[in-house]
Design a protein around this ligand. Structure first.
Ligand code: SF4
Length: 116
């Protein structure tokens, strides 16, 4: 309900030209571009040297969430993109921190099981 209210408010403000076009409501943040699996359909299984792998530092995550909070009225965070998010040991801290801002209405996480 909170999401629908925020989206409706954003849409009406845009239609009545009180704001610029709203920012996206869903942000992908990649806590880890590394993975310990190599599913065949995933870029993780591309030949060595074609991807760089790393873990996002908590301080950078904090800055990104603060920027989102300043820039939009409602946002969902998808905490995955190219790797396995649970490889980042700061993930529980990141989720706990991202739950605090009023604008973050939904946090989505994915963790894959190995393909057979
Ligand atoms: S578990 Fe996910 S990130 Fe890892 S190789 Fe498979 S699809 Fe890619």
């Amino acid at each position: 309900m909170k999401v629908h209210y925020a989206l409706a408010r954003s849409y009406l403000a845009y239609v009545f030209k009180r704001t610029k076009a709203p920012l996206p409501c869903l942000f992908n943040i990649d806590p880890s571009s590394a993975c310990n699996l190599r599913c065949v359909f995933c870029p993780q299984s591309d030949p060595p040297g074609t991807m760089t792998f790393g873990l996002m530092k908590y301080e950078l995550f904090e800055r990104v969430v603060a920027e989102i909070e300043r820039s939009t009225i409602c946002a969902g965070l998808a905490l995955f993109l190219t790797g396995e998010p649970i490889m980042n040991k700061d993930l529980p801290r990141m989720i706990a921190m991202a739950e605090e801002p009023r604008v973050i209405t939904r946090i989505v996480l994915t963790a894959a099981a190995p393909c057979a």
